[in-house]
Ligand binder design. Structure first.
Ligand SMILES: C[S@@+](CC[C@H](N)C(=O)[O-])C[C@H]1O[C@@H](n2cnc3c(N)ncnc32)[C@H](O)[C@@H]1O
Length: 305
């Protein structure tokens, strides 16, 4: 019997999905799973083509509604990252009915679908609202994005930990009468416009490169992310997200020189994350005041780059 050494060691066989799952995932063959009737068809018949955005339309924030992003050609954005207004009475919120609110989000999702390139991704940060009853906004965004044509890639739970604040809105104290859950998390819902050739993959155009390092990749591919929220006071905005949120998504889902869109840009976190990572950005916000604050923050963050 030959002794095992580096030349005679049998090659490790790739795993395949068993009915009990498997722990080995490298070279995993999941073709049987994806061939099952349960699996939805990916329709890439209406994804259009990729087009380059004119240079002068990029690295800019437009002060009008993102229901119409006429500055951007079809298929010119590689990643959308945003957090929509929540219609909860912040200074920029109108008092919309649920139907009107979802109508606004659907129009922005439809316009996002138009400007996103085949294979491009769209990530929506959203929190659920209220208690009487609880309003699962994340479920509505998932339904409306699917209706628009986006396929879902996953759902990240953003655990805000101690930064979520020490809310005492627990309903009834130590009584089954009316205890209420205190959310310490938000969602980041990840969608994709299908790619006609690869379905879910996206190849880099010439001159575009990966920049994610090993530790970031290991952390960002987990479905629970932990980092602190952004202080509203410091960002001069009632509902900012921290630059860390778009930074992780940009590292994970884009190559250098890709175009990153935020249709509800607020004070510019997405643009800062894009510009400091060697990506191009484009944003929209109906508030001229927030656009000006965003431009100031971007200039400060990119000074010397
Ligand atoms: C939740 S905030 C985004 C905050 C942003 N992520 C940040 O870090 O500052 C939503 C933003 O959407 C803007 N907004 C509301 N309706 C809009 C519309 N139709 N088009 C573009 N922006 C809009 C608001 O002015 C607000 O700044």
């Amino acid at each position: 019997m030959p002794r095992r050494n580096s030349t005679t060691r049998p090659r490790k066989r790739s795993t395949s999905t068993s009915s009990f799952g498997t722990s080995g995932r490298i070279s995993h063959d999941a073709s049987e799973y994806y061939a099952r009737a349960f699996q939805p068809e990916i329709d890439a018949s209406n994804v259009g083509e990729e087009h380059a955005a004119p240079g002068e339309s990029l690295d800019r924030i437009y002060s009008h509604s993102s229901e119409n992003m006429h500055e951007l050609p079809d298929g010119s954005v590689h990643l959308m990252v945003t957090s929509p207004p929540y219609n909860v009475g912040k200074e920029y919120d109108e008092d919309l009915t649920m139907d009107d609110y979802r109508g606004l989000l659907r129009r922005v999702l439809a316009e996002t679908w138009r400007v996103v390139a085949p294979g491009g991704r769209a990530c929506v940060n959203v929190a659920n609202l209220g208690r009487k009853p609880y309003i699962p906004l994340h479920a509505y965004v998932i339904a409306d994005a699917a209706e628009t044509g986006f396929q879902m890639r996953g759902e990240i739970i953003w655990d805000k930990g101690a930064g979520a604040g020490t809310s005492t809105a627990w309903g009834s104290w130590r009584s089954a009468s009316n205890p209420t859950l205190r959310d310490t998390h938000e969602y980041i819902l990840v969608f994709q416009k299908p790619h006609p050739k690869t379905g879910f993959g996206r190849r880099a155009p010439a001159g575009h490169e990966n920049t994610i390092d090993r530790d970031d990749f290991m952390e960002s591919t987990k479905s629970v992310w932990r980092f602190s929220p952004q202080s509203a006071k410091r960002a001069n905005h009632p509902a900012p997200f921290p630059v860390e949120l778009p930074r992780r998504l940009i590292q994970l889902y884009t190559y250098t020189n890709d175009v990153v869109l935020d249709p509800f840009m607020g004070t510019g976190a997405t643009a800062i994350a894009a510009a400091t990572a060697g990506r191009r950005y484009v944003g929209y916000d109906t508030s001229a005041e927030y656009c000006a604050i965003a431009e100031g923050r971007i200039a400060e963050a990119t000074l010397g780059i």
